[in-house]
Write a protein that binds this ligand. Structure first.
Ligand SMILES: Nc1ncnc2c1ncn2[C@@H]1O[C@H](COP(=O)(O)OP(=O)(O)OP(=O)(O)O)[C@@H](O)[C@H]1O
Ligand SMILES: [Mg+2]
Length: 258
């Protein structure tokens, strides 16, 4: 059974793309087959594995159109790229922003990505979907296709209103579209642990979201090497294999595999 993990938070800049990239690299390093799906028109994940989004002719948007309009255009298995981080990648670029409109016109538009993945016949242990920073049609498609959702949250600015809205959206999707969807957990990112002990940060997050929602023990600290790695087009596991952040993503992978 493929585990399909949507990495989602409508708040921008919380570490969705970074976590997708490095969790995928860690799962790959541990011997799993992993597919990244870049579902953000910004194409940041595509960029961060060393590709140039605007130079890619066919992207996931073309596969969306094939399924929505039932043409014989390209499908996701025609769009597989090798990423520098190890996993395969289905790329995106700015053209994907038009998909929001196409999805509105589609019958059962929420389920297009699920159909694309299922009919591809691709077999991976993990599919990781990097979501855009909004709760529009693309994010709903990711939640509908996923078996799990992982929520990166910037540790020092617990944007609680935003998290409540995300939780409501997730439970609506669970109720109406995807009963098997579960919350894998909240991943605390960009934590500045010089001032506070990690246990306190975890406890504060648990209090904020309620204790029925898992908060991962692995915490990703604020570390400038993450930015350097992404400029270099590498995962942090390759760029700084022994750094605290590389270790955090490895231990997150372990928590997920357990
Ligand atoms: N642990 C970290 N330490 C320092 N910088 C980080 C860390 N994690 C991510 N960053 C940096 O913060 C910025 C935002 O991260 P990222 O792009 O992963 O967020 P995002 O949620 O995907 O953003 P968007 O909502 O725009 O898609 C990037 O410049 C990234 O390099
Ligand atoms: Mg992103």
């Amino acid at each position: 059974m493929t585990r399909v993990i949507a990495v989602a938070n409508q708040k921008g800049g919380v570490g969705k793309t970074t976590s997708t990239l490095n969790l995928g690299a860690a799962l790959h390093e541990a011997g799993n087959s992993v597919l990244y799906i870049d579902l953000d028109p910004q194409g940041s994940l595509t960029t961060s594995v060393g590709l140039e989004p605007e130079e890619i002719e066919e992207t996931i948007y073309d596969a969306f159109k094939t399924t929505i309009y039932e043409t014989d255009g390209c499908k996701i298995k025609d769009l597989l790229y090798e990423s520098s981080a190890g996993p395969d990648l289905i790329p995106s670029n700015i053209e994907l922003s038009a998909a929001e409109l196409d999805l509105l016109q589609a019958t059962m538009g929420e389920l297009i990505l699920k159909e694309m993945i299922e009919e591809s016949g691709l077999k991976y242990d993990f599919v990781l979907i990097d979501c855009p920073p909004n709760l529009g049609g693309l994010t709903i498609n990711a939640l509908s296709a996923a078996t799990e959702v992982l929520i990166p949250l910037q540790a020092d600015y617990l944007a609680l209103k935003g998290v409540n809205l995300l939780m409501r959206t997730i439970s609506t999707v669970q109720r109406k579209i995807n009963k098997r969807l579960r919350i894998a957990g909240i991943l605390l990112t960009m934590a500045d642990l010089r001032t506070r002990h990690s246990r306190e940060v975890i406890e504060a997050a648990k209090e904020a979201v309620g204790d029925q929602i898992n908060v991962f023990d692995s915490i990703v600290r604020l570390n400038v090497q993450i930015k350097e790695a992404s400029v270099a087009g590498e995962s942090i596991l390759d760029y700084a294999s022994q750094s605290n952040v590389a270790k955090a993503y490895r231990s997150l992978a372990k928590e997920l595999m357990a």
